[in-house]
Ligand binder design. Structure first.
Ligand code: KIV
Length: 263
């Protein structure tokens, strides 16, 4: 897919949307070759790439650097960039500056967590010509307020709030919404109620698409494997074994071999 308009069509025609969170040029090229529809340059880069304990450490500069790298690796694909912590909360002008920087770095669209309290920001970004993806449910930038990385929308009042927020996002002109860690039944209801596509992570099988973080999908972190994610590769084990083999070969004078040497 080359444009966000195709995502709405995908939902209408019931083609599941595939989004992968990735952060660098080489991975972006590979993900694009693998026929993903969208690359999300998530603020999860702060944790996955930079080793911070949460996404609140991501900055506009950090996300821009990853967006530019991803865009160089995958010139054609739809790239959605996360608006980092508080950048949608300091008023319209500050939010436009952040969104503008992300678009100029190469993003097609921005993703904003939550909606209540910054409806004006979302509306202004959309009316400025920048597509906005919403993000509801477990919104990791609010981890301290949520009391940890917990499922959202289990209580009827919470579920009602999330349905209302999804409606507001659509009314404000968002083109899609990520639903993270909400019960499958609620995610399915929101998907049926809304015209815009829902993209789920830990939200069951009823959404219009799914997103996984590349390091989870590839099993790169042996210490972190969310239950709702699927490990398609034992990346950690494969990389560890490959580097161990390289180290042994060097120490035993088996690398480089004659055919690997320029005479
Ligand atoms: O930052 C991120 O990777 C995300 C996904 C988990 C949806 O927001």
């Amino acid at each position: 897919m080359k444009s966000i308009l195709e995502l709405s069509r995908a939902k209408r025609e019931q083609h599941a949307i595939v989004m992968v969170a990735a952060y660098d040029a080489l991975m972006a090229r590979t993900v694009a070759e693998a026929e993903a529809d969208v690359i999300l340059v998530g603020d999860s880069a702060a944790m996955v790439v930079h080793g911070y304990p949460s996404t609140v450490h991501a900055t506009v500069e950090m996300v821009c650097t990853h967006v530019a790298a991803v865009r160089r690796g995958a010139p054609e694909i739809i790239v959605v960039a996360d608006m980092p912590f508080l950048t949608a909360r300091k008023g319209v002008a500050a939010a436009l500056d952040a969104a503008g920087a992300l678009i100029q770095a190469g993003a097609t669209a921005v993703k904003i967590e939550g909606v209540t309290g910054h409806e004006d920001v979302i509306e202004r970004i959309v009316s400025s010509g920048i597509p906005v993806m919403g993000h509801l449910g477990l919104t990791p930038q609010s981890v301290h307020q949520l009391g940890g990385y917990r499922f959202q929308g289990r209580e009827p009042a919470e579920a009602e709030r999330l349905r209302r927020e999804a409606r507001v996002l659509e009314e404000l002109g968002s083109f899609a919404v990520v639903l993270e860690c909400v019960p499958e039944r609620l995610a399915t209801t929101i998907t049926e109620e809304r015209a815009i596509p829902t993209i789920g992570i830990g939200a069951g099988a009823g959404t219009a698409g799914q997103v996984l973080v590349i390091s989870d999908l590839l099993g790169l972190d042996a210490r972190f494997q969310p239950r709702f994610s699927r490990k398609y590769l034992d990346g950690h084990g494969l990389i560890r074994d490959a580097v161990t083999q390289f180290a042994r070969d060097v120490r035993n004078a088996r690398f480089p071999a004659r055919e690997e040497v320029l005479a």
